[in-house]
Design a protein. Structure first.
Length: 171
């Protein structure tokens, strides 16, 4: 089944939901960074619940890291309805962790042409991983052109680490 619209992806349930929480638990136990042995890079997001104000955690793939600008690019796997994405709308400054490095950050929405390039490069660099992750959330594609069209509907963010004096940044 091919899904052309990111908004129709269903949220994980059952075993998949449990499986997706394991990396969060490992990172919170101080074991972040093990994924680099597999050639991957993940980011632990710590947001504030938009209603409860409590800390909420989510693990996302770092699709690309741009060293020159110190910018991480991530994708909201379940679109703009993802709880962590909606939490960022309410409280735009959050804590991020990549490997064992923790920092305050803010997010910026990515434009369509840049989204497509980031997704295509991510899939080219990690084809088996990318296809497995996409399949687990109900997304598949038959060609790069189909992937390009799908990427236009996805929600990508640029994550910018904040310097201590900029902790009041905006989303």
């Amino acid at each position: 089944m091919t899904l052309m619209n990111a908004s129709v992806r269903t949220r994980p349930r059952g075993w998949l939901k449990f499986f997706l929480k394991i990396p969060v638990l490992l990172a919170r136990l101080g074991l972040a960074g093990w994924e680099s042995m597999l050639g991957l890079e993940w980011m632990l997001l710590t947001t504030r619940g938009r209603k409860s104000g409590k800390k909420r955690y989510a693990m996302v793939d770092v699709l690309f890291y741009e060293r020159e600008t110190d910018t991480y690019f991530i994708e909201a796997g379940f679109g703009e309805t993802s709880d962590w994405y909606r939490n960022l709308q309410t409280t735009p400054v959050f804590e991020a962790q990549v490997k064992r490095c923790k920092f305050q950050a803010r997010a910026e929405t990515i434009l369509d042409d840049q989204k497509v390039d980031i997704i295509i490069n991510f899939v080219r660099q990690r084809p088996l991983y990318a296809k497995a992750v996409m399949k687990s959330i109900g997304v598949s594609f038959a060609s790069e052109e189909e992937l390009r069209q799908m990427a236009l509907d996805w929600s990508l963010l640029a994550i910018h680490p904040l310097k201590n004096d900029l902790a009041g940044g905006k989303f």
